[in-house]
Each structure stands twice: as C-alpha cells, then as structure tokens.
Design a protein around this ligand. Sequence first.
Ligand SMILES: [Zn+2]
Length: 308
Amino acid sequence: MDRRHFLETSFLAGAAQVQTPPPAREFEAGGTGSTSYQVPVTIERRQSGKPHRGKVLAAIQPHCDDIPIFAGGTVLKLIDEGYTGYLITMSDDSMAGEGSSYGDIVGKNERDTMEVSKRLGCKEAFFLKYPNHNMDAWPVIEMRARLVFLFRALKVDTILVYDPSGLYERNPDHYVTARAVEWAAAIAGMSWDYPEHLKVGLKPYAPKERYYFSRGPQLVNRVVDISDFMDQKVLVNLSNVTQGPAGHTGSRLRRRLAAQGKRLPLLGNDDESADRLYTKHFALGRDRSRRRRWGCAQALRGSNRHRR
Ligand SMILES: [Zn+2]
C-alpha cells in the first residue's frame, strides 16, 4: 500500500463515521477535468527529506494578510520540503490599516509584506501595485500578462491563490486576482501567447499544481496537515501589524482589559505572549475549527488542488 493510498484510506474510514458521506459517483464532470460536487479528499501530511527540491512555488495574494491567514502553513510546509518560494502581492494595500496618510499606509504594508515573505522562507517578494479595493476596474488581461511573464521567468511549478470559483466572495481584489492567476497559469505553458517572451529567451512554462483556498464554501479535495508549522504560521501572521487580525491586537486587548481591572489568562502575562496567543487562538481560529472538522492532530488547511 503506497503512502498516499494509506493516508486517504485511513482518513476516509475515520471521517465517514463523523460527518463526511463517502462519495458515491461522478468524481469528474464535464469530460475536461472539471470538478464535480462529489470529490474524494486527500489528506496531505508532512513529508520527510526534500522531495520538492528543484521545484518552485508562487504564493499569490491580493493583500498582505491573505496568504498568511489562509495558506501560510502550506507555504511553510512546501518550502520545508524543498520548494523555492516566491510571494506575489497584487494590490498596493493602500486602503487598509493604520497610518497617517495614503503613502504611509502603503509603505507600512509593504514593509510588513517583506517581513511576511522572510518569515515564510520565500526567496523574493514581488509587488504588482494594483489599486486596493478597486482591482475590478483594472483590465484583468494586463494582470494576466504580468503573471504569465513571472510564471515563465521564475519557472513556477505550483501556485497557491484564492479559489476562482469561491462562493460568496465579495471582495473584488480577491476574485479578480484568482481569475487572473487561473488563466495565466494555463497559458504560460502555451507557445502562441506573448511570443515576444520567447524572442527574448523565455520559454513556455506552466504551473502544474494549484492549491486554491477560499473564505467561503468550497469544494475541498485536499486537506494539508500543518500541525508542525502552526507556531511559525503564527509568527508569519504577527508580521502584519498595519492591517490584519494578528499584529498587536492581542496586546491591545490585554491592556484594554487591564484598564477595566480584568484579565484573560489565555493571553499570558506580557505583550509578546498576548499577541502570539491571541493570534493562535482567535485570529487563526479557523485552523482550530478545521482540526475539529477533519480530525487531525492539529490545524489543517483545506484547499482545492487541480491539474491544469
Ligand atoms: Zn484580502
């Protein structure tokens, strides 16, 4: 029995008794590799050694806190297993966070994102600087062209991004980014798109694996066990002090409670502990609910993983 089959089997046997009915039919719909409503779920565990050495991943986010919250553990795991990682941020992050002016907010978020990239273990952070909250007014074809260039130049094998089919996603930056990435990843491997790239030495190169995450309901066919990376995921999220649910939120809450003569033991005894513990227990509470949902040792990451 190979490792993957064992993990699938053990997971499905355990989970079926709790809440997941076994898929009965129609794993593939449409005849083109599209996904049906019934999909088998694979639990992806940590692998020993460096099985992904030589491979490249791109984690693509509209805003500086998206990858840290929704896929930070998976990026950490994949880089630990040998991937070279790049972080691509699509918006200029000008509309969220604390600062004295538009430029101040952009600068602070940019510095936070560079720290996020460092703590994730990425080799480099790219900033495409589209207008925050307004990316739906920008031609998606231009975003797609820039992404095709990066996928070819960096030889990206694996992408992580919001699910382009995510239900009830209201933030245009999220769904526009996902749509731009979705098709860029397909045509980066074709030879007729952007032939000028080939004239200057680039070659067609398509990402072959995709991890999609979502804020809303999603067809999940893969759950990544990030138990061993949860503490580092907390540190990654703590980099985002200008915006996002982590940063110094915990220490601010601890002080506010102290001013009222109250104390929440869960936040520890100092500011550093309060930030870290608040992030782990509240800001990343979604990971704990995933753990309960899928019955694994600690936090888990759900994602759709597609072949092109
Ligand atoms: Zn976002």
